[in-house]
Write a protein that binds this ligand. Structure first.
Ligand SMILES: Cc1cc2nc3c(=O)[nH]c(=O)nc-3n(C[C@H](O)[C@H](O)[C@H](O)COP(=O)(O)OP(=O)(O)OC[C@H]3O[C@@H](n4cnc5c(N)ncnc54)[C@H](O)[C@@H]3O)c2cc1C
Ligand code: FES
Length: 255
């Protein structure tokens, strides 16, 4: 399978102060991506920044879409890339979410901040499969509650918490855990976001015997399992997020 792609930028729109929506042409990549997988983007032609930057694929239907937050140098330069420019994109990389079995009634996606990104692709894949889809989203402020309408279009019931209380419940996403049906046979959890949030989801799942998967975000260098720069501790020893993950069993990570 070809993993290095030269893709033209269709648009790179500023959505809020720090959030951007990057749309790349379909290429051969869109059809290959499974929900939860990511791409490594070479930010620009020059060697600065030297390492590619990893991003979840937000959507891969008519185009390859990425939602990103400007955090530092790489994403800052990426935000200045314009329509028509070419980007060198490596992917699809890493493991994908395992889709829930038919008997699963409630699928709960628990996202924090930009960690909600892979759940758009997951909800695209699940929208016609007869599960009850729930999105519990925790963001810093209203600015981060982007795209909730798109999740609703996919049939998700959306519940929001914000740190500043500007939308939804004030506080952490764990304030929303009472929306989860405690039934180990018919509930499946998926989570992606900051480590403390995913640790709290794991704790909740352990207390109630629920199954789930988490998608880890670590700072990466090579992106293909060689440099060991992205390892996380698991119940089976250290594993790389880029190659063994980013999607792991929820109970496997030792936070
Ligand atoms: C599998 C995976 C999927 C990701 N998906 C997305 C996505 O869909 N959208 C998005 O906006 N970001 C995503 N990220 C995070 C994104 O890769 C980083 O924000 C980006 O690499 C920062 O690059 P930079 O040069 O702008 O920042 P840098 O200058 O490298 O760093 C700026 C700050 O951001 C922190 N940082 C850098 N990388 C990460 C990281 N991976 N996780 C947490 N903090 C980090 C640094 O510690 C530093 O404090 C993902 C990361 C991984 C590993
Ligand atoms: S980034 Fe090099 S092993 Fe994961």
């Amino acid at each position: 399978m070809k993993i290095q792609h030269q893709l033209k930028i269709i648009s790179n729109k500023k959505i809020t102060d720090k959030l951007y929506h990057l749309v790349l042409e379909h290429g051969k990549l869109a059809a290959q991506v499974k929900p939860g997988q990511f791409v490594e983007v070479r930010i620009q032609e020059s060697l600065e920044p030297f390492f590619r930057r990893p991003f979840s694929v937000f959507r891969s239907q008519k185009a390859v879409e990425i939602f990103y937050e400007v955090r530092g140098k790489g994403t800052g330069i990426l935000s200045s890339q314009v329509k028509g420019a070419m980007l060198d994109v490596m992917g699809p990389l890493g493991t994908a979410f395992t889709l829930p079995a038919k008997k699963i009634k409630q699928v709960v996606m628990i996202g924090g901040g930009i960690g909600v990104a892979p759940f758009m692709a997951l909800s695209d894949a699940l929208k016609n499969r007869g599960h009850d889809l729930l999105l519990l989203y925790g963001g810093r402020s209203k600015e981060f509650t982007f795209n909730m309408a798109e999740f609703k279009k996919n049939g998700c019931k959306v519940f929001i918490s914000t740190d500043d209380g500007s939308v939804g419940v004030k506080g952490r996403v764990s304030e929303l855990f009472d929306k989860i049906e405690i039934n180990p046979d018919t509930t499946m959890l998926y989570t992606c976001g900051p480590r403390p949030m995913m640790a709290s989801v794991q704790k909740f799942a352990q207390e109630h015997g629920l199954k789930g998967q988490c998608s880890c975000e670590e700072v990466m260098a090579c992106g293909v399992g060689v440099c060991l720069g992205c390892v996380v501790k698991t119940t089976a020893g250290y594993k790389t997020v880029c190659h063994d993950g980013p999607v792991f069993d929820l109970h496997e990570i030792v936070w």
